[in-house]
Design a protein around this ligand. Structure first.
Ligand code: UDX
Ligand code: ADP
Length: 478
């Protein structure tokens, strides 16, 4: 059985009103898809950030995702609503999704590893305060295993007589393909203890997801599966990136190696693209979370094993910078470097943990002058990310970092401006438009030799040396 976007299958569902707390990259698109596929369900997305809600109510959505605006425009005002009315939305809903951010903790116990569950806890307390009758509470945010226990404990403390079931329903969408992933998920995972609550959520998804893709498990397996899926995916990227270093030393070509091993059906071809390093809000955070859990449960060998995936990713980013510095005659001081792309991958405006942040920070520390262009990320956002990176956990920027940010960073609105008079280009996000650049014009405008460091191997097949570029990619010797 398969469903199309236009013809939702009508399955009777006991749920008529859903509330989602958190209108971010996960909550917004997920709820828009539920509203689209379930016209009989009222979906109310709430957030404490009024500016974000205003954007969801405009045509400039806060999240850039191909196809998202169409889905939102179809449902908004019909059965999809965005507001800051957290209390009333909770009170009216039969099912409440928690989809708030769970960043890595930067302070106190578990700093740098554990997830900061402050926002989750605040949501649970808010639900406990406002809810009446029976509610199904669904964890959508990625969480450490056994967070549901904390939510249950908080909810159990209510004196209003309200009752709750807690489900885990982790989101597996990838940014840039969120709409496709939501429309045709590989699987929807629902973990819980109450069969009736599980059935209620299964009924919602059954409006468009084939039954064989609806997987139900116990609560803890569901929580752990999300962390494990992200850890395995990140591990594949770190594995191929580790081999890319060896390829550069041995004249092997990492893309050829990836193609060869990917044809083994046990390995498979996906997620084997060597790059400047993985980014995004999930991979590093989830692995660090896994590491913290393993340490907490006194499994140091397991913790160390997974931590290596993050270490390899850090190595890949710093290796990329070292290669630029080494190739530019051991100094980039006062040299202009054009940065092509700042998002953590193409087709998103998200920069969380983007490799570009760390590459730019390290180039700045080498006193390079950066001219940055990204088609979707705003200049203010790029500056904020770089400022945070240069602060390096300190409350204030030191004088040197402040000066470097003020004098050595410009953010421009096209790659030609970025590249004009540059000593080198560093391509950090695989935006399609970079393949359509006027390479002759770019080369002519650059200082010679014109170096191009391709952190995504995006331009590898484009014979850039024919234009005169000194081209360097990942995982092969130039
Ligand atoms: C990921 C998971 O894929 C998704 O299931 C989960 O819900 C959230 O985390 P996302 O972070 O949006 O999704 O992006 P993804 O496509 O997984 O890419 C993550 C990072 O790995 C990006 O920086 C990407 O450029 C990089 N990557 C991915 C590679 O470098 N090589 C690859 O082969 C694949
Ligand atoms: P994700 O990628 O997990 O969706 P985001 O940071 O994009 O994360 O979105 C999380 C959203 O949750 C933010 O818009 C934030 O304002 C919102 N949020 C955090 N805490 C609360 C809360 N207690 N009540 C309502 N919204 C919240």
């Amino acid at each position: 059985m398969s469903a199309t976007v236009d013809q939702p299958i009508s399955v009777p569902s006991s749920i008529r009103k859903i509330c989602c707390i958190g209108a971010g990259y996960v909550g917004g698109p997920t709820m828009a898809m539920i509203a689209k596929q379930c016209p009989h369900i009222e979906v109310h997305v709430v957030d404490i950030n009024a500016a974000r809600i205003a954007q969801w109510n405009s045509d400039e959505l806060p999240v850039y995702e191909p196809g998202l605006l169409e889905v939102v425009s179809e449902c908004r005002g019909r059965n999809l609503h965005f507001s800051t009315e957290v209390d009333s939305a909770i009170a009216e809903a039969e099912m409440i999704f928690i989809s708030v951010n769970t960043p890595t903790k930067h302070f106190g116990v578990g700093a740098g590893r554990a997830a900061n569950l402050e926002f989750i806890e605040k949501c649970a307390r808010k639900i406990a305060e406002v809810a009446r009758g029976h509610k199904i509470v669904v964890e959508k945010s990625t969480l450490p295993v056994r967070t549901a226990q904390a939510i249950k404990t908080i909810l159990a403390g209510v004196s209003t007589g309200a009752t709750f079931d807690v489900l885990s329903n982790p989101e597996f969408l990838a940014e840039g393909t969120a709409i496709e992933d939501l429309l045709m998920p590989d699987r929807v995972l629902i973990g819980g203890e109450s069969q009736s609550a599980i059935d209620a959520l299964v009924e919602v998804y059954a409006n468009w997801v084939p039954p064989e893709r609806l997987l139900t498990t116990n609560l803890w397996s569901s929580e752990l599966s999300k962390l494990t899926a992200n850890a395995f995916l990140a591990q594949r990227v770190s594995s191929i990136n580790s081999i890319s270093a060896l390829c550069e030393a041995t004249e092997a070509d990492v893309d050829e190696v990836a193609a060869a091993i990917g044809m083994d059906s046990r390995i498979g071809p996906k997620f084997l693209k060597a790059s400047v390093g993985f980014g995004g809000s999930c991979f590093q955070k989830d692995i660090l979370n896994l590491v913290y859990l393993c340490e907490y449960f006194r499994l140091p060998e397991v913790a160390e094993y997974w931590e290596q995936v993050v270490k390899m990713n850090d190595y890949q980013k710093s290796r990329f910078v070292s290669r630029i510095v080494r190739t530019l005659f051991n100094t980039v001081s006062d040299k202009k470097i054009a940065i092509w792309g700042f998002a953590f991958k193409k087709d998103t405006n998200d920069t969380r943990e983007s490799a570009a942040i760390y590459v730019c920070r390290d180039l700045l520390r080498e006193r390079a002058k950066l001219s940055i262009y990204d088609p979707r990320v705003s200049p203010e956002h790029i500056r904020r990310e770089l400022t945070d990176a240069m602060r390096n956990g300190d409350a204030e920027l030191n004088a040197t970092s402040a000066k470097l940010l003020a004098e050595n960073v410009e953010i421009v609105s096209d790659i030609h401006v970025a590249s004009s008079d540059a000593h080198a280009v560093a391509l950090l996000t695989e935006w399609d438009e970079f393949r359509e650049a006027d390479f002759q014009r770019i080369h002519d405008g650059m200082k010679k030799p014109a170096f191009l460091f391709d952190g995504r191997n995006l331009l590898k097949d484009m014979s850039l040396s024919d234009y005169g570029f000194d081209y360097h990619g990942i995982g092969f010797s130039s």
